[in-house]
Design a protein around this ligand. Structure first.
Ligand code: KG4
Ligand code: ZN
Length: 367
C-alpha cells in the first residue's frame, strides 16, 4: 500500500567531501519529513593531505554515489518509481564532484521521466530550518562553513539578500588553519573546540577583527596571523600551550561573531518592525561548535530573537537539505522548463546581485 500523502524527492549532494543522498517528503500542509538520509564522509581519504583534494573527492563520489542512493531509497522504503522529483546539487563547490552528482541526477531523471531540480547548495542550507522547524519567512541566516561566512536575509524561496560576508577567510577555514598552525589534526574545527575546552582563553590577547565597525562583514585572516605569532612566540608548543591558544582563538571568534551579527539583528528589527518572533538561523559545519551556539543564543536572547539551529547532522552537508530545497522550488513554481539542461556552477552566489568582496569565498570548495 502506498502510504504517501505528499510529494517525495530524492536529494543528491556531492559538492565537497560528503557523498550524500536522502528521501524527503513534503506533506500537502507544506510540512517536511525526512524518510532517509545517508551521508558518507570522505574525511579519511583527505586527512593525510590536511584538506580536501578535489581529484580524490570526485573519484570517491563516483565510487560511492550509486550505493548511497540505493541505500537512501532502501532506508526510506521507497522505490524509485514512487519518487516525484530528483534534486541534485549543481553548485557551488568542487566542479568534479558537482559533475558526478548532477549528471547522476540527470541520468535518473531522464531514465524515469521525473523532473530534475538543480539545487544551489547554499539554498539547501538556507531552507533547512523550514524542514526542521517549519520556520516562516522572513528570517536571518548565518551561514558558517568551510567555504562561506555570510549573513543573509531570507524572504522567500529564491529571495535572498546578502547583508554581510567575509572579506577574506571563511570561519571554518579559520578554524582549520588555526588547527594546522598549532599541530591539531584535520578536520580542524572539532579538534580546536576540544582543545579549547581544556585551555585558558585569557592567556593570549588576540584581535577581534572589524570590531565596532558599522559594516556587517566578517574578517578572519588577521586573527589567523595573530595565532601564528602567538604560537611562534611560545614555540615549541606544549600540550597546555596548544589548549590555551585554541581557547583564546575560540574566545576571539565568539566575541567577534557577537559584535558582527548584532549589526544585522538590529537591521532586521528596523526592516520588519512588526514581526512577532524574529528568528536567526545558524547553518553550516561551524554551527556544530557549542561555544558559538551558546554565544549566538545569548545574543539572540538579548536582542529579542529566537535562535534556530538545525540538528548537527543537518548543519553539515547532507542530501536531505537538497531534496527539501528541490521540493520548495517545485512548490514555488521555480523549476525552469530547461532545468534538465543545467550545467554545474563551481561559483554560484545565493544572492546574484551581491558584489563579490575581495577574497570572499576564495576557496570556493565547501559551503
Ligand atoms: O558545512 P561543512 O560540513 O562543510 C562545508 O564547509 O560545506 O563545514 C565544515 C567546516 C570545517 O571547516 C570544519 O572545521 C568546521 O566546519 N567545523 C567546526 C566544527 N565542526 C566542523 N568548526 C568549529 N567547531 C566545530 N565543532
Ligand atoms: Zn555546506
Amino acid at each position: 500500500m502506498d502510504k504517501r500523502r505528499g510529494l517525495l524527492a530524492l536529494g543528491i549532494e556531492t559538492s565537497c567531501d560528503e557523498t550524500a543522498a536522502a528521501v524527503v517528503e513534503m506533506l500537502p500542509s507544506g510540512e517536511g519529513r525526512i524518510l532517509s538520509s545517508v551521508v558518507l564522509s570522505q574525511v579519511a581519504e583527505h586527512a593525510a593531505f590536511g584538506g580536501v583534494v578535489p581529484e580524490i573527492a570526485a573519484r570517491a563520489h563516483v565510487e560511492a554515489l550509486d550505493g548511497i542512493i540505493a541505500a537512501a531509497l532502501a532506508d526510506a522504503g521507497t522505490p524509485l518509481a514512487a519518487v516525484d522529483l530528483i534534486a541534485a546539487t549543481a553548485g557551488p563547490g568542487l566542479i568534479g564532484g558537482l559533475i558526478v552528482g548532477l549528471m547522476t541526477g540527470k541520468a535518473i531523471a531522464a531514465a524515469t521521466g521525473k523532473p530534475l531540480v538543480p539545487v544551489n547548495h547554499l539554498e539547501g542550507h538556507a531552507l533547512t530550518a523550514r524542514l526542521t522547524d517549519g520556520l516562516d519567512f522572513p528570517y536571518l541566516l548565518l551561514l558558517v562553513s568551510g567555504g562561506h561566512t555570510q549573513i543573509v536575509l531570507v524572504e522567500g524561496v529564491g529571495r535572498y539578500t546578502r547583508w554581510g560576508t567575509t572579506i577574506d577567510d571563511a570561519l571554518g577555514e579559520a578554524f582549520d588553519k588555526t588547527a594546522k598552525l598549532i599541530g591539531l589534526p584535520y578536520p580542524g574545527g572539532p579538534n580546536v573546540e576540544k582543545a579549547a575546552a581544556r585551555g585558558d582563553a585569557r592567556r593570549f590577547d588576540l584581535p577581534r577583527p572589524l570590531k565596532g565597525e558599522k559594516r556587517p562583514d566578517f574578517s578572519f585572516s588577521g586573527l589567523k596571523t595573530a595565532v601564528r605569532q602567538a604560537a611562534t612566540a611560545v614555540a615549541p608548543l606544549s600540550a597546555g600551550d596548544v589548549d590555551d591558544i585554541a581557547a583564546s582563538f575560540q574566545r576571539a571568534i565568539v566575541e567577534t561573531l557577537r559584535d558582527r551579527v548584532a549589526i544585522s539583528l538590529e537591521r532586521f528589527h528596523a526592516a520588519f518592525p512588526g514581526l512577532a518572533a524574529p528568528a536567526l538561523v545558524v547553518a553550516g559545519g561551524v554551527a556544530a561548535n557549542k561555544a558559538i551556539r551558546a554565544a549566538l543564543e545569548g545574543l539572540c536572547r538579548d536582542n529579542g530573537f529566537r535562535l534556530v539551529a538545525p540538528p548537527l547532522e543537518l548543519c553539515t552537508d547532507n542530501g536531505a537539505m537538497i531534496a527539501w530545497a528541490g521540493l520548495e522550488r517545485l512548490r514555488a513554481g521555480l523549476v525552469a522548463d530547461d532545468a534538465a539542461g543545467f550545467t554545474p556552477r563551481s561559483r554560484w552566489p545565493l544572492d546574484e546581485q551581491a558584489t563579490p568582496l575581495i577574497g570572499a569565498g576564495r576557496r570556493g570548495a565547501k559551503a
